[in-house]
Design a protein around this ligand. Structure first.
Ligand SMILES: [Fe+2]
Ligand SMILES: [Fe+2]
Length: 276
């Protein structure tokens, strides 16, 4: 799949690791024998993480009537799967949004793509909508990595792609020899987030090429399109590219996508506010 990690590392240096605490928690969450108390013990030692989790669980995003005041309550309410995506979301936020305006825009774009992916997944009943949320959130993570590592080369690519409406991946290939999808896929591999997420991120601009997990890939492709269509990103794209493969794999047509967008766009804009 794509270029080799050594080729990328040679050009931009090593890929950033997932913070140790997140790594530890995610491996615990992947283990069915883990108890709530194991997780509580680790999370409680990190005050900032504790505060972030409680803040989001009590936000309008979850719409709870009664306030959750402890981490063990929060874990019991969320369940392991949702806690895992929340942890990844918080880490992704920290990772993406630690810089300048371009980072803020990238975060907004990532978040709205994640939310669209989750709701499309729920609508058409594809696999696990929570994992789709995280996959959407991480779909352009390669762009953030490239900005961290080689901003002097990558920022001009972003500017040119958006101001001149040029093909992003074409420019990346011409200048770097690989794309943000290659980098994102390798990062997800390094972070042990699983084959499905890795495949979807690699093919997120070309859902027709995915031979595995093609429904999930089509969902993230469409979510990315809708995010740009609504202006949640660097630019507003007034055209949705209705990729044929995507439409047939999802069983949707233009009209259905249009009314889905109408139904969800305001809700998503509001929810972005919770995480910003
Ligand atoms: Fe992308
Ligand atoms: Fe994107």
């Amino acid at each position: 799949m794509g270029v080799k990690i050594e080729d990328i590392v040679r050009k931009i240096g090593s890929l950033p690791p997932l913070p140790t605490i997140a790594m530890k928690l995610i491996s615990l969450l992947n283990n069915p024998d883990t108890k709530v108390s194991d997780l509580t013990e680790i999370i409680s030692k990190d005050q900032a993480l504790t505060a972030d989790i409680l803040k989001i669980v009590n936000s309008p995003f979850y719409g709870l009537r009664k306030e959750i005041v402890s981490i063990s309550q929060a874990i019991n309410y969320l369940g392991f799967m949702n806690l895992k995506s929340l942890l990844l979301a918080l880490n992704t936020k920290k990772f993406i949004q630690s810089g300048d305006l371009k980072d803020v825009i990238l975060w907004k774009h990532s978040l709205s793509t994640g939310l669209f992916a989750k709701y499309i997944g729920e609508k058409i009943k594809v696999y696990n909508p929570e994992e789709l949320f995280v996959t959407g959130l991480l779909h352009d993570i390669g762009k953030t990595v490239l900005r961290r590592k080689v901003a002097h080369v990558y920022d001009p690519i972003i500017d040119e792609a958006y101001s001149a409406g040029r093909n992003f991946e074409g420019l990346e290939k011409a200048v770097l020899g690989f794309t943000h999808s290659d980098v994102g896929m390798l990062l997800v591999q390094e972070w042990n987030l699983g084959e499905r997420m890795k495949t979807v991120i690699f093919y997120h601009h070309h859902p027709e090429l995915a031979t595995e997990y093609n429904q999930e890939t089509a969902v993230v492709y469409l979510a990315d399109q809708l995010s740009n269509f609504n202006g949640f990103g660097f630019y507003r794209d007034f055209n949705i590219s209705y990729n044929d493969a995507m439409m047939s794999v999802l069983g949707l047509n233009e009209e259905m996508i249009g009314s889905f967008n109408e139904e969800y766009k305001d809700k998503i804009e509001e929810e972005i506010g919770v995480f910003l």
